[in-house]
Design a protein around this ligand. Structure first.
Ligand code: ADP
Length: 264
């Protein structure tokens, strides 16, 4: 089993990615939609807001309106676009969110401890969650019946409320729940770079034990969560995680044949 997560950057050529993915078998796809969410949120007069946690991670502040926007963009526009493209390619894709069938069950974080202008603050009204349980059954039913699962956010709390979750960590949870051999995290960069502005500075291999030190030394912003997700997946038994470039040609085949950062 291969678990692939494709990010939501506007640099990604989804059609090229999906064409490449369709030549592979036995996969579960998770997708993002951050660029589209930002764009539509701006257009609808509710601009995105990003915060930095006290532990240094960047995340989207998800208020109630943002959950509605997530529902429009991720399982709506993005998911149906991806399912349609796969159907055109002859792949019988079945799209759903982590809320459907309670595939991704979470404990809600209703407040965030953030750092703003050097001060620590508590931000309330947050609708995000930490995944506590993956219910594999609905996905197994789909796989068993020959469908190709295309999963996205939101996830759901134990009480049944929709919540935002980090896509890379969700992919890590899915990969471990399905005992995947490999997890591909495709975004708009070639992998972990020593210098974000230089593709030549790609780090080709990282041992699990070194993730934290590489994170401290090189990762900024969202890359920190990607590395955290990678570490969680390896700890849960996934053999290798590959950070690859979703904006290049044949991104899946390229990542599987040694392109990107291999973490094992
Ligand atoms: P996606 O949502 O598409 O999966 P993210 O935005 O979460 O991707 O993560 C990729 C981003 O991480 C890159 O666009 C880059 O700006 C940022 N980044 C921060 N530090 C690094 C680094 N050391 N190497 C590569 N990318 C980095």
């Amino acid at each position: 089993m291969l678990v692939v997560k494709i990010g939501g950057s506007d640099a990604i050529d989804y059609k090229a990615f999906l064409e490449d993915l369709s030549s592979h078998e036995d996969w579960i796809l998770l997708h993002g939609g951050s660029h589209e969410l930002d764009r539509i949120s701006e257009e609808l007069g509710h601009p995105p807001r990003f915060v930095e946690s006290v532990s240094g991670y960047t995340s989207r502040y998800t208020d109630e309106e943002t959950v509605e926007l997530i529902n429009m963009v991720y399982p709506g526009k993005m998911n149906k676009f991806i399912v349609e493209e796969l159907q055109k390619l002859g792949v019988n894709a079945f799209g759903f969110s982590g809320m459907d069938g309670r595939v991704l069950e979470c404990k809600r974080k209703s407040s965030l401890k953030i750092r703003k202008n050097g001060k620590k603050l508590v931000l309330r009204g947050e609708h995000s969650g930490i995944i506590k349980k993956v219910n594999t059954e609905p996905v197994e039913l789909l796989l068993g019946a020959g469908y190709c699962p295309v999963l996205t956010i939101p996830a759901v709390t134990f009480n049944g409320t929709a919540v935002n979750v980090d896509g890379d960590r969700a992919a890590a949870e899915i990969a471990s729940a399905f005992s995947a051999m490999r997890l591909l995290l495709l975004s708009d960069v070639p992998g972990l770079l020593k210098d974000v502005d230089s593709e030549e500075s790609l780090i080709e291999e990282i041992d699990r034990g070194d993730i934290e030190s590489y994170t401290d030394e090189y990762a900024e912003g969202r890359m920190k969560k990607k590395l955290m997700g990678a570490g969680e997946a390896i700890d849960a038994g996934v053999s290798s995680v590959i950070l690859g470039d979703g904006s290049q040609e044949k991104p899946v085949s390229r990542a599987l044949s040694g392109g990107g950062t291999l973490i094992s």
